[in-house]
Design a protein around this ligand. Sequence first.
Ligand SMILES: [Zn+2]
Length: 311
Amino acid sequence: MPMHRWIVLLSFIVLVLFPTTAQDDIDATDQPTPRPMPTTVLVEGDATVEFYFSSLIQGGVGIIRVDAPDITQARAFFLNDEFRFFEIGEDGFYALLVVNIDTQPRDYELTVLIEQSDGNITVSRPLTVDSAGYITQSFDIPGDRAFLADPEIERAEFAKLDAITEGVTLEPLWGDTGFSLPIDAEVTSPFGTFRVLNDAMQTRHTGWDQRAPVGTPVRAMGAGKVAFAGQLDIRGNYIMIDHGYGVYSGYAHFSQVHVTRGQTITKGQIIGMSGNTGRSSGPHLHWEMVVNGDWIDGLSFIDMWVPSESS
Ligand SMILES: [Zn+2]
């Protein structure tokens, strides 16, 4: 079984067997986790590049930190994408490396360019992208909403969301304690699933589904600012939170939305009540995450250590 599946299975066991632990995770007063040991360190001249992941999967995220005197800017180049390093407090410069969900599993070259006031340093290494083993599921969208199983409607909605997540707030709004699940409930459909709707339309699951009766309070997964609060065709009543540095979380199918665009949100704050609006085949919470413009596996991201100003 790939590591990714183990993480999913483990998260599921923790949720089901130790619900109080999951509840504690939601508590906004939980403590910051100190920076862990890097899994790999590369040294070039007076610069070090530290890696905080041991493998990368399709739809996954890996954290890199660079340290060198007088850094003016640092960038990573990987999978035809550019990833900017952000300075977080006194802790150094970090990049969130994202693997698009459709990336072919194989080795790819990573190049990190560190610009200092007196010159540049380049560090390269190959990184392996592993298959995440995403499964296929079939769904029936009920008669009165069957028209929403339409690739054109989906394309238009993705374009709308892309326009929101294109914006990068140059601050780590997510705070000191990272991210937690929005509700404490059973996972019913995982991220990345290939989906067939009404035996016809093929699509991809951009988030995770959790079982939730209409009216379940939904909590912000991390601190941030509301980037969208309103109605979408497929996602129904929807909230998207900007957590800074290109990290966003989205929450769909709400019955009630309790926040407005631009509002500052604390981790664990109730942002609305779950529901069954939009292209939904029954009451549930669909939540999803975007990093650097790509849909990523949010459950793996929650489990990761993320840097903060008090790391
Ligand atoms: Zn979903």
